[in-house]
Design a protein around this ligand. Structure first.
Ligand SMILES: NC(=O)C1=CN([C@@H]2O[C@H](COP(=O)(O)OP(=O)(O)OC[C@H]3O[C@@H](n4cnc5c(N)ncnc54)[C@H](O)[C@@H]3O)[C@@H](O)[C@H]2O)C=CC1
Ligand SMILES: O=C(O)[C@@H]1CCC=N1
Length: 265
């Protein structure tokens, strides 16, 4: 079933990105979208786009069929407390707060409520998110509704909740990790003679093409790497130097450090 009215609580990086992705998708009318935030100035831009805006979370949540909690994890408890009178058992509640479990949410909202944990990334504003979804027992009957909604905003997978921390690191933090590669390559490009803007354009298009090579074929990355690394050639010289300096190991250790941060707080 297609979702009716959506309320997003929190108009920051992610709340704002979700609204922009929804507007871009045309999946639901701007008038069916509501966003709430205490900061009046961030709401004005959304109001101009025809979205309903509120500084009062409870008022914002009252009319919704689906409520997305897009506040920092340490604000989740307070926000749920504020909107609880509006969280009737027919409402779908979606939390994108990193590290806040379904059982944490059920303790705050109620065991009988329909609760999803959804982990998108900032590319949701361009309908290019990788979004991982898991839900509680009550959520099963509404999975199609929620997955179809996030399908409008990129790619989705339904996962076991125990993988949510790993999903957060790979898919959500992953945007920043990937862009650090892009920035590093740009710095190298500038040292070799390109202006920063041209280095960014060349690097970004190269990364986009490399990603499409594996996405369009399903090939393992090494299969495509093998096509680039001429024996005794230039690429293998650079790649081996990167590995001597710990490239893969550094990426893996960074992922695990982020994972441990979620798991241990
Ligand atoms: N930034 C990212 O790439 C991702 C973030 N997340 C999760 O999304 C959530 C939001 O993160 P960001 O958007 O990055 O944070 P943010 O700080 O950019 O946005 C949070 C927003 O909540 C608002 N806010 C604060 N107190 C509030 C209250 N009582 N009621 C309503 N709104 C309130 C703030 O004014 C702000 O606009 C976090 O729980 C984070 O773990 C999940 C995936 C990716
Ligand atoms: O760094 C963070 O805590 C958030 C969660 C995932 C991406 N950004």
């Amino acid at each position: 079933m297609k979702v009716g009215k959506i309320t997003i609580i929190g108009a920051g990086n992610m709340g704002g990105a979700i609204v922009n992705g929804l507007l871009k998708s045309g999946y639901i009318e701007p008038s069916a979208i509501t966003i709430a935030d205490p900061r009046k100035n961030v709401l004005e831009g959304f109001q101009a786009k025809g979205v309903n805006t509120f500084q009062d979370n409870l008022e914002a949540a009252k009319t919704a069929d689906l409520v997305i909690l897009a506040v920092k994890p340490y604000h989740v408890e307070k926000v749920i407390d504020q909107i609880k009178p509006a969280l009737t058992l027919d409402k779908i509640i979606v939390s994108i707060a990193a590290g806040v479990s379904l059982s944490d949410l059920a303790k705050l909202i109620g065991n009988e409520s329909i609760i999803f944990r959804v982990m998108p990334n900032t590319a949701i504003s361009l309908q290019e998110s990788m979004t991982c979804i898991s839900g509680n027992g009550q959520a099963d009957a509404h999975l199609e509704t929620v997955q179809t909604l996030f399908d409008q905003l990129g790619k989705t997978v339904v996962i076991q909740e125990e993988l949510m921390a790993a999903a957060t690191v790979l898919a959500s933090c992953g945007t920043a990790f990937a862009l650090r590669y892009v920035r590093a390559a740009m710095q190298g490009g500038v040292e070799m003679g390109f202006g920063a803007e041209m280095a960014q354009f060349i690097t970004a298009q190269t990364v986009k093409g490399a990603v499409q090579l594996i996405m369009n074929t399903g090939h393992h990355p090494e299969r495509e790497i093998d096509k680039v690394t001429t024996p005794r050639g230039i690429t293998i010289t650079g790649i081996n130097e990167m590995e001597h300096k710990g490239f893969s190991s550094s990426v893996i250790q960074g992922l695990i450090a982020s994972f441990n941060k979620i798991e241990r707080g």
